[in-house]
Design a protein around this ligand. Structure first.
Ligand SMILES: [Zn+2]
Length: 304
């Protein structure tokens, strides 16, 4: 599973790099990749993640121009992230006790698990694109964030509806279960509300974090943060939900302040000189995605 995740990650890595480059060039997302130096259209065997880079020794097959190390770094980085995600998710999934339920797409738990995994893969890939564009050109493209926000909202709605439909079907199969449905009892409505809580949490977090960044922009008159950060903040809130989105935001500020201090001490930046905030939001989000619960438990334990 880890190896499958790694391979999938490296493939996604080359897409991430291509999307980031095309966003920065403001070029189309469609069409074949070509060498930026000789403009020759690249074949599939020139685009194999990691392998092509190694076989071609980091040079274009056609003109011999050097291909940046960035391609390799992004592919390996995405491979590690998705490999780790698979390892963590499948470990958690197996630790559930399913008695007779066998793993299959038609099984309720497994389908929720697969949908959730697909969304996490999407979320990580999107964050990786925004990390690259903001780091290189301090640019967070709307062409990436707005569709990602739309997909996130759709995903949360779909998963909530599936849970509620499943509960309804499950109850209506037995005589006893039917007594728990309206108008006999409010059991179903109460549990439908529980199922909708993550949805409400995500929506609230999206509005809260996006709104918070918007307020910061208004107070500081646009120094340090831009509209791109607002949309990235909303995306983080939607993708991570409550309370992980809060953990991610706090980590981003801590990491950002830490790096800013190091850069100033090292004399690379002066006070007030801006560094992009997006990469820290992305790093905070990834840490919260993988270890959010642990961080919260640890924090609550410390503060007791
Ligand atoms: Zn070339």
């Amino acid at each position: 599973m880890v190896i499958t995740g790694f391979i999938l990650g490296t493939i996604l890595g080359s897409f991430v790099k291509a999307l980031a480059d095309r966003s920065l060039r403001n070029g189309t997302f469609w069409g074949r990749s070509y060498c930026p130096h000789c403009k020759k259209i690249l074949q599939w065997y020139d685009l194999l993640p990691i392998l092509s880079y190694i076989f071609l020794k980091g040079r274009c097959r056609y003109c011999g121009d050097k291909i940046g190390m960035e391609y390799l770094v992004v592919e390996v980085g995405m491979g590690v992230l998705i490999g780790f995600l698979f390892w963590q998710q499948f470990n958690n999934f197996q630790s559930f006790d399913f008695a007779q339920d066998k793993f299959s797409i038609f099984n309720f738990q497994s389908s929720i698990f697969i949908l959730d995994l697909l969304y996490k893969i999407f979320f990580i890939s999107t964050l990786a694109v925004l990390f690259l564009t903001d780091l290189k050109k301090m640019f967070i493209p709307d062409r990436i964030t707005l569709p990602a926000i739309g997909i996130s909202i759709t995903f949360i709605i779909v998963i909530t509806v599936i849970k509620i439909i499943y509960l309804y079907n499950y109850l209506s199969q037995t005589v006893l279960g039917r007594l728990l449905l309206p108008p006999h009892s409010d059991y179903f409505l109460r549990h439908a509300y529980y199922a909708a809580q993550p949805f409400l949490g995500s929506l609230l977090m999206g509005l809260l974090i996006g709104g918070f960044f918007m307020t910061l922009i208004i107070i500081t008159k646009g120094k340090g943060m831009g509209g791109g950060d607002v949309k990235l903040g909303a995306l983080m809130g939607l993708g991570l939900g409550f309370p992980n989105a809060l953990v991610a935001t706090m980590l981003a500020f801590l990491l950002g302040a830490g790096v800013a201090i190091v850069l100033m001490v090292a004399g690379k930046k002066r006070f007030g000189q801006s560094i992009p905030f997006g990469p820290f939001l992305v790093l905070g989000s990834l840490i919260a995605l993988f270890w959010g619960e642990r961080i919260i438990n640890w924090y609550l334990y410390l503060s007791m």
